[in-house]
Design a binder for this molecule. Structure first.
Ligand code: UD1
Length: 419
């Protein structure tokens, strides 16, 4: 298995163009199934989860053509019975196929996506909402069987603003009779991107980005070309890398309002933030300050997907910081690895207490999940000496080429095969 070899201690400097968003691209690829025709997706990130998703689409009969970051999908003829089980099991996001498949196929079965290291991640909210819209769902032996006679638009009140459930309901609603209203909908920028894509396809949809989304079903759909938004989590990761390692970088292709909460925290830590014509600049020139309390929240709060990376940066801040994880129950796995590098982090339930240390020592550590892996890369950049972060495959699930991006910013990082 490949690893990253990092020689830490270098300050970061330069400009990096941010890849297309993983969490926007995946539902948009799934939504392409709604249309019996062609969808062209630009700025599609070339990451493992996207590759698996495209494999699944191929397995059910979509024709796919890829040229650089542009993906053509022709979903004119699909056969749900041929769904590739191997790829479904490899990615959690396969659950995003549910809404589009319900819209397109009267009967099909999907493997249950199962848990992952950051939490159990149940799909009860997705299933309950789709049942309400008329999908007869049976869960048996790790499979979700869906049988739909009539799909109807409904008023759906979500108990929690689940991102994936909001997306699945939006997709199913495209093919439902009448209007669907989602109350307590997720407000993440990726929801807005999916809505913009659906609008381009011909769907009438209002309220995306607010807690109430309305979708009119059965609008005629057309061939669509769409550019995926920039990845706010990748941008946030690189900004945090510069905050931790020191230096001055500019990230391009991501909107300030998508990472506003992070930028405020960076300023509180003592970084200087400047908006440029092309993007966002961060300068970090001194030892950072700790942050008293950080709570992960749905958007526009601080994103859980940047929690581990922020934790890595806070390991060297002056004083004590506390992070409260409210989205996933088991997202502090990286603390143990950071402690191997000399950090002082204590975890109790959903709270991490981070006491800043003057130095991190280089180490041999193991990525256990995608964002936690990125946090270890940041720690490697912040430590003096040579570190190895094993299991780069986790990081490749979300970062197109983290080595190239960070090398372009002056970091010393490379991929090594085996140990
Ligand atoms: C999406 C993102 C992920 C991000 C997360 C929260 C994608 C592909 N992934 O994941 O990167 O970390 O949003 O911003 O977009 N829950 C239930 N029952 C459900 C659904 C969710 O209990 O049916 C719980 C989850 O276990 C979790 C919380 O709700 O504790 C948030 O999950 P959700 O918003 O659904 O996240 P995902 O869509 O899985």
């Amino acid at each position: 298995m490949a690893s990253y070899f990092i020689s830490g201690g270098e300050k970061l400097k330069g400009t990096v163009k941010i890849q297309g968003s993983k969490n926007a691209a995946l539902p948009i690829i799934a939504a392409s199934l709604l249309h019996r025709g062609t969808t062209v997706i630009r700025e599609c990130p070339w990451i493992l989860d996207v590759r698996y998703m495209l494999e699944v689409l191929k397995s059910i009969g979509c024709s796919i053509f890829i040229d650089g970051s542009t993906v053509w999908i022709d979903a004119s003829d699909i056969d749900a019975s041929k769904l590739a089980k191997e790829c479904i099991g490899k990615m959690r996001s396969s659950i995003l196929l549910l809404g589009a498949m319900v819209g397109r196929c009267a009967q099909f079965s999907l493997d249950y996506p199962g848990g992952c290291t950051i939490g159990a991640r149940p799909v009860d909210i997705h299933l309950k909402a789709l049942s309400r819209m008329g999908v007869h769902i049976q869960e048996q032996e790790g499979q979700i069987y869906c049988d739909t006679k009539v799909l109807s638009g409904e008023e759906i009140q979500l108990p929690y603003p689940s991102v994936g459930a909001t997306e699945n309901i939006m997709m199913a609603a495209v093919k439902a009779e009448g209007v669907t209203w989602i109350h307590n909908a997720a407000r993440e920028p990726e929801i807005v991107d999916l809505a913009e894509f659906l609008k381009r396809m011909g769907v009438r949809i209002i309220g995306a980005g607010t807690e109430r989304i309305g979708i009119l079903g059965k609008c005629p759909l057309c061939d669509t070309e769409y550019q995926v938004m920039g990845d706010r989590i990748v941008a946030g990761t690189y900004l945090l890398a510069a905050a931790g390692a020191g230096g001055e970088i500019e990230v391009c292709g991501v909107k300030e309002e998508h990472i506003h909460c992070l930028l405020q925290i960076c300023e509180k830590m003592g970084c200087e933030i400047r908006l440029t014509d092309r993007g966002i600049c961060l300068r970090s020139s001194r030892r950072l300050f700790s942050i008293e309390d950080i709570h992960t929240q749905p958007f526009p709060g601080f994103p859980t997907d940047l929690q581990s990376q922020l934790m890595a940066v806070l390991t060297k801040a002056v004083g004590e910081s506390r992070i409260f994880e409210h989205v996933f129950e088991n997202r502090f796995g990286t603390a143990e690895e950071l402690n191997k590098m000399g950090a002082d982090i204590q975890i109790k339930n959903n709270r991490a207490v981070i006491r800043g240390v003057a130095k991190l020592k280089a180490g041999h550590v193991y990525a256990k999940d995608l964002r936690g892996g990125a946090a270890l890369v940041i720690a490697g950049l912040m430590a003096e000496g040579d570190s190895i972060v094993e299991n780069s495959i986790f990081i490749e699930r979300g970062y197109q080429d983290i080595c190239k991006d960070l090398t372009g910013l002056g970091a010393k990082i490379k991929v090594i095969e085996g140990k």
